[in-house]
Design a protein around this ligand. Structure first.
Ligand code: FEO
Length: 396
């Protein structure tokens, strides 16, 4: 069944959603599926912007065929060469063998790596400032290296003011009904997925996102057409503001998160007691996570939301509780900044984890690790220590 939606008079969304996917990149759990967006511009020349994932091949190729209405495809613009968008380049080239692939030099190198059979397809190298004239439209290209791969370009259409933004400004979540975000409730339907997607996929590259946001500020963007999730054409500033916060590692809220590891429930019980005391002293929302029960991608999402992070960790093999160690590793890998950490440790005979966590966290830029530590021996019984711990968090 064909499922295409007009974006403007001559730009059509021909993407597709996968609701059966359980993990993006075989790694991140998804509960609402994901869309793979592709856009067709029909001017004097025809231009396809990116393809889609192999899992939606049939839907995508049917959509493309229908949207083309018998015309030949002149250009395939490849903004991003990750397989969730480039997997169907060979299929498109087979159907439209006279097309020219338009991409950055690095992307064309990746085309050859992923699609070695395409060596004879015509190609055009573009870079920052290049312009592709298609008749009445001029498509200009903006380099967006490491957002989040090195070959990435954005493309800007002078007629519609559409910014084709590759993975940036995308979100997990299938496109239900309308392809336009203004016909959805962003906060209810997409915000959590958009933040979790940003933090886990693009979060490491804040400076590169900042660089491209500065370039984007110089053009009159009327629409944002990302490779995942709905298209933005109203209230674009809302999403740009969020990207400004997220890419500068500024906490989205002043909420507090508590993450605990627990073998038998004692450290968890201490964390819950602390959550009530911290809520009482700060008046801020406190979100508690069991590190064993929560996929780390959701913890990373909460890190981008919360300014203060409280870690409760038992000793394990004279080291860190393994799941906590994984979480700390992710914080470092994603280059988290501008957070305040408070540490609680539990060890029946060797409480050592505050020191070990501090050593990991002190490598993070612009972060503070509070001096006050809550040390528990098996079970939390020291009310005064808990009080002092909560007070130190409130004062930080
Ligand atoms: Fe949606 Fe980086 O691929």
């Amino acid at each position: 069944m064909i499922n295409i939606q007009p974006i403007t008079n001559d730009i059509t969304w021909i993407g597709a959603s996968d609701r059966r996917i359980s993990r993006f990149e075989n790694l991140f759990p998804l509960t609402n599926g994901v869309s793979y967006n592709s856009y067709l511009l029909k001017d004097e020349k025809t231009v396809l912007f990116d393809t889609a994932d192999l899992t939606v091949a049939r839907q995508f190729m049917d959509n493309l065929e229908a949207a083309m209405e018998g015309r030949k495809l002149d250009y395939l613009v490849v903004l991003h060469m990750e397989p969730d968008h480039c997997a169907l380049i060979s299929a498109v080239a087979e159907r439209y063998p006279d097309l020219t692939i338009v991409a950055s030099m690095k992307a064309l190198q990746f085309v050859d790596q992923f699609h070695p059979s395409l060596k004879n397809i015509a190609r055009m190298t573009v870079k920052e400032g290049s312009v592709l004239e298609t008749g009445s439209h001029k498509i200009s290209f903006v380099a967006a290296p490491m957002v989040h791969w090195p070959e990435v370009l954005f493309a800007y259409d002078d007629v519609s003011g559409a910014l084709f933004s590759a993975d940036a400004f995308g979100t997990w979540g299938a496109v239900d009904g309308s392809v336009f975000m203004d016909q959805h409730d962003f906060d209810k339907e997409y915000l959590d997925d958009a933040r979790r997607y940003y933090a886990n996929i693009v979060g490491k590259y804040g400076p590169q996102v900042q660089a491209v946001l500065k370039k984007a500020a110089k053009v009159d963007i009327k629409m944002i057409l990302p490779l995942h999730g709905p298209v933005w054409r109203e209230d674009i500033g809302r999403f740009l503001d969020l990207y400004q916060k997220w890419s500068t590692y500024t906490p989205e809220t002043d909420d507090i998160m508590i993450v605990y590891g627990t073998l038998y429930g004692n450290t968890g019980s201490a964390a819950m007691a602390a959550s009530a005391r911290i809520r009482e002293k700060t008046g801020k929302a406190v979100h508690v996570f069991d590190v064993s029960e929560t996929d780390v991608s959701y913890l990373i999402d909460a890190v981008w939301r919360c300014g203060k992070i409280v870690l409760f960790c038992p000793t394990y093999n004279n080291g860190l509780y393994p799941k906590m160690e994984t979480f700390l590793h992710d914080l470092a890998a994603l280059g988290v900044q501008k957070r305040t950490f408070a540490l609680a440790e539990n060890g029946t005979w060797a409480p050592v984890t505050a020191k070990l966590m501090r050593a990991e966290l002190e490598n993070l830029k612009n972060c503070t690790v509070l001096d006050t530590v809550l040390t528990i021996k098996s079970t939390l019984t020291d009310e005064e220590a808990l009080e002092a711990f909560a007070e130190a968090i409130a004062q930080a």
